[in-house]
Design a protein around this ligand. Sequence first.
Ligand code: PMP
Length: 324
Amino acid sequence: MSNNPFAGVRYIWMNGELRDFENAKVHVLTHALHYGSGLFEGIRCYDTRQGPAVLRLQEHLKRLENSCKVYRMEIPYDRAQLTEAVFDTIGSNEMRACYIRPLIFRGFGLPGINPLPLPVEVVIAVWAWGKYLGDAADQGVDVCVSSWRRSAPQSSPAVAKATANYLNSQLVKMEAIANGYAEGIALDIHGSVSEGSGENLFLVQDGVLVTPPMGSSILPGITRDAVITLARDLGIAVREDIVPRGLLYTCDEMFFTGTAVEITPIRSVDRVTVGAGKPGPITKRLMAEFHGIVKGEIPDRHGWLSPVQPVSAGMSEKLEKVEA
Ligand code: PMP
C-alpha cells in the first residue's frame, strides 16, 4: 500500500455533491481558516466479516450536531442526509476499511470575527488510515506529561470537537515529538489529568478501570464510551474520577482510546515504566473484545456497526453525469 493515505481517494462530498478530489477547494479568505470556526468528526469504517460497516455512526453525527450547537452553527442537512452522505462518500470511493472526516465550517463572505452571517459549508472526506501511533503501537507507546494545559472549560469547551481546539493539541503533540515521545498527556487547568492530544486516557489501578470525568476538559470520546460499556460487560469495575498526575506513575496499566488510536497501550510515562512495560491483562481483554466486535467476529450486541449502504440513486445519477 502507498504511504500516501489520500492515494486512491477519488471523491470528496462537498455541500451536497461529490467533487473530484482535486476540485474540493475553498477560498483563502474562508472564515474557518482565519478564525478556527470549524467543527468536525473522526469516524472509522471497518471491513467486517459481514462487509464494510461504520462504527457508531449515529453517535458521531450526534456529537457533530452538539459541537455545532455550541457554536450556533446550523447544519444545512439533517441526520438522515448526513448518514446517506457518509455512505455515498465511502461507496463512491470504493473504500472498505477507512477513516471518515466530516467537517462543518464557516465559509467565505465577509471579513471580521462574527461568524453568524457567513455560509455554513459541509465536507465529508474518507481515506485509508492504519495505526495512528505507529505500527508497533499495540505493544505500547512511550508518552510524556505535557507542559501545556488543556484549555479551561470556560474558555474553549472541550465538549465541542472544534478545529480551534486542535491548536492546543498541536502544542502538546509537537512538544512530545521534540522530546522523543509518541504522544503527550495534557493536564487540565487544575493540574488533574485530562487526555492526550487526540485520545482519551484510561488507567488500571488494583483491577479497577479509572478514567478522567467530563469535568476534566476531555472530549466525550465515543471509543471511551465503548470501552466503559465493554468493561462493564466483562465485569470490570469502572470509575470516572479525577486523576491526579501521580497516579500515572503508580498505576498497573494505562492506555489511550480514540477512533484513530482505537485502544493503544502505554508502556511508559516520562520514562517511568507503566506496570510490566507491556500491555496488561485488562488492556488485552478490552482490546480483544473491541477488535472482535469491529472485525465482526464477536456479535455486535450493542448495535454499534452500521453496514455501508450502496451509493444512493440520486448521487449515482449525478456521478454518471459528471463522468460522462
Ligand atoms: N480526545 C481528543 C482531543 C480527540 O481528538 C479524540 C479523537 N476524536 C478523542 C479524545 C477520542 O474520541 P473518539 O473516541 O470519539 O474518537
